[in-house]
Write a protein that binds this ligand. Structure first.
Ligand SMILES: Nc1ncnc2c1ncn2[C@@H]1O[C@H](COP(=O)(O)OP(=O)(O)OP(=O)(O)O)[C@@H](O)[C@H]1O
Ligand code: SF4
Ligand SMILES: [Mg+2]
Length: 346
């Protein structure tokens, strides 16, 4: 594996819950992100998956400094960027850019495409002097597969897929090293999703990018990710190489998510065991003690309510050398193959 470019440890975001109008009193907290650890290596794609509300976007926003963490560290090339301010912070931010989910609302409808893509140069004029900007923006349009002559058009003149290409061009404008893509294809038609994924794939090798790729759908993440982390209620519960997570999951939550993934092969579909989770996801204002998944876990026992399982290789696999030996936050982790392994691609 290449060297780490982003290292996140103990990342927390709690939003205070207050009561009262004149005298606000904190009565609790929304624990949107509650202790996330992850490492992104240079040139890799780390997929993050999990149900709606588990904290994916909040993690993304903290990585690009749109939200301040309540606690924890985000190290970029070894330096904790949560401690930086002023010029040092600005220099680091340039290198970590975000691509947003909804290309319909994330582009200002009153700005031309040229102004949208070139806007980051207003904040970082050192990257493109004024006289050079138009050409740079046209180059970016070309790179993302759009006609450079569209530079004076407005967002409403483009389709959803084209708008997401504009969002990606803007994300690339400052030549970042890391792109945090928050559900970049979720709002697009299935037929367009693959084109945008292929574009991201091509740009990754062309610009030597490292991606944190967020999705709620395990099947989208598989094709683009080298490693995958599964989130539940503000934490990562299992993380590993994609074959480890898809073909050798050891955490009950991952197994349940996989059991709901659509399978193209009807025979495989018929033989697959569906794991139906009971109950709803608990509120992030009231996280269960011990293992946060225990209220929906079919394997929960007394220990699960008492001890928080650490995200580490489970004791039963500590001496294993195969794909089951990856980090999984479960006291009773066991291997369970839920979907048939993919044929190696030629
Ligand atoms: N500004 C805020 N104030 C209070 N609570 C918030 C705020 N932003 C997010 N939350 C809450 O934090 C939790 C995590 O939200 P987040 O948007 O990170 O989830 P997500 O995994 O991205 O979900 P989705 O898949 O729907 O995009 C949710 O319960 C959400 O309601
Ligand atoms: S620790 Fe217990 S409750 Fe949590 S996932 Fe494992 S078996 Fe289920
Ligand atoms: Mg989100």
């Amino acid at each position: 594996m290449t060297e780490p470019i982003l290292e996140v440890s103990g990342l927390v975001k709690h939003y205070p819950l207050t009561r009262g109008i004149l005298f606000k009193k904190q009565v609790g907290a929304v624990k949107a992100v509650d202790g996330v650890d992850l490492t992104l290596h240079r040139g890799e794609t780390l997929g993050i998956v999990g149900e709606s509300g588990c904290g994916k976007s909040t993690v993304a926003k903290m990585l690009v400094n749109l939200e301040k963490p309540t606690a924890g560290e985000i190290r970029y090339k070894g330096e904790d960027i949560t401690k930086l301010s002023g010029r040092a912070l600005k220099a680091v931010r340039r290198n970590i850019q975000m691509v947003f989910q909804d290309p319909y609302t994330s582009l200002n409808p009153r700005m031309t495409v040229g102004d949208i893509i070139g806007e980051p140069y207003e904040i970082h004029p050192e990257v493109a002097p004024k006289g050079d900007r138009r050409r740079k923006v046209q180059d970016l349009l070309d790179v993302v597969g759009l006609n450079p002559e569209y530079i004076n058009r407005y967002p409403h003149q483009f389709s959803g897929g084209q708008r997401q290409r504009i969002g990606i061009a803007r994300g690339l404008a400052l030549r970042p090293e890391v792109i945090v893509a928050d559900e970049p294809v979720s709002a697009l038609d299935v037929s367009v999703q693959a084109q945008v994924i292929n574009l991201l794939d091509r740009l990754q090798s062309e610009f030597d990018l490292s991606y944190l790729f967020i999705a709620h759908d395990l099947s989208i993440v598989r094709h683009i990710s080298d490693r995958v982390g599964v989130m539940y209620l503000g934490r990562i519960v299992e993380i590993g190489r994609d074959a480890e997570i898809y073909d050798h999951p050891t955490h009950p939550y991952t197994q349940a998510l996989l059991s709901a993934v659509p399978l193209p092969d009807p025979e495989a579909r018929e033989h697959r065991e569906r794991i139906i989770l009971v109950g709803d996801v608990p509120s992030p204002t009231n996280i269960p003690s011990g293992c946060r998944f225990r209220t929906r876990c079919w394997k929960a026992r007394e220990r699960c309510a008492l001890e928080v399982p650490a995200l580490a290789v489970p004791a039963e696999f500590r001496h294993a050398t195969g794909p089951e030996a990856h980090d999984s936050a479960c006291h009773f982790a066991e291997l369970k193959q839920v979907v048939p392994p993919e044929e190696p691609q030629a």
